[in-house]
Design a protein around this ligand. Structure first.
Ligand SMILES: *Cc1c(COP(=O)(O)O)cnc(C)c1O
Length: 229
């Protein structure tokens, strides 16, 4: 099946459910991104700053780019002028840098707090207590050029359905708690980004309203530089 077919299948699967689709194009060529674009997809996710910047320069301006991978503070400046959403905020220090660079670009940058839900050591993200601590900090209240739109989480890489369900449920519940405590009057705090190719159906069942899907759209990834594949 073609990239366009895959996009259309996914779209019809989520139709009417208030779920946004982020097409994860990491390692894929600009030609492959264009195939998805021509099928009507406008929101794309990348996890490497350099790759993201190079693609952004070459591809149409109405693409909304989301950063979904770990972001180092010293690289924020490269994406601040154009990024639509940074889904991978995992520290106050990073948020402060995003705010600073957003101000320079005269923008307000939408962000998600990446919350750690997996039963794995290797994933980035804030613990529940750390996310709350961040939102309570006086320094956070001063940041006027970022807007926290919700949370993002990556479940454990497992096919145990019960475990996935529990992890997604935890994130959804945590989101509701944050909404009540910190964002009660802020309707823009509304995004629960969870679910990838292998688990998006379970994630949607558990309340996801933004899925990040790569290999189901573009096929599997091999590790090589995107420009040479
Ligand atoms: C790569 C990636 C995805 C997409 O993964 P697939 O399994 O290819 O759908 C989603 N979210 C994040 C954070 C990723 O790094």
């Amino acid at each position: 099946m073609s990239i366009a077919d895959n996009i259309n299948n996914l779209k019809s699967q989520i139709a009417g459910q208030n779920v946004a689709l982020v097409a994860v194009s990491k390692t894929k060529t600009t030609a492959e991104v264009m195939e998805a674009y021509q099928a009507g997809q406008r929101v794309f996710g990348e996890n490497m700053v350099q790759e993201l910047v190079e693609k952004q320069e070459q591809l149409p301006n109405d693409i909304e780019w989301h950063l979904i991978g770990h972001l180092q503070s010293n690289k924020v400046k490269y994406i601040a002028p154009f990024i639509s959403m940074i889904q991978s905020v995992d520290s106050l220090k990073l948020l402060q840098e995003i705010n600073k660079q957003a101000l320079k670009s005269n923008r307000v940058i939408d962000c998600l707090l990446q919350v750690y839900i997996a039963d794995e050591e290797t994933k980035f993200g804030l613990g529940f207590d750390e996310a709350i601590e961040l939102l309570r900090a006086d320094e956070f209240a001063e940041l006027k050029n970022i807007r926290i739109r919700g949370v993002m989480g990556i479940a454990t890489n497992t096919d145990k359905e019960k475990q996935l369900k529990d992890e997604f449920y935890e994130l959804k519940t945590f989101f509701e708690g944050l909404k009540q405590s910190f964002f009660r009057k802020d309707n823009s705090f509304s995004i629960i980004s969870m679910g990838m190719s292998s688990d998006y159906e379970i994630a949607i069942e558990q309340g996801s309203n933004m899925i990040r899907v790569g290999s189901t759209i573009f096929g599997g990834r091999v590790i090589k530089h995107w420009k040479n594949n």
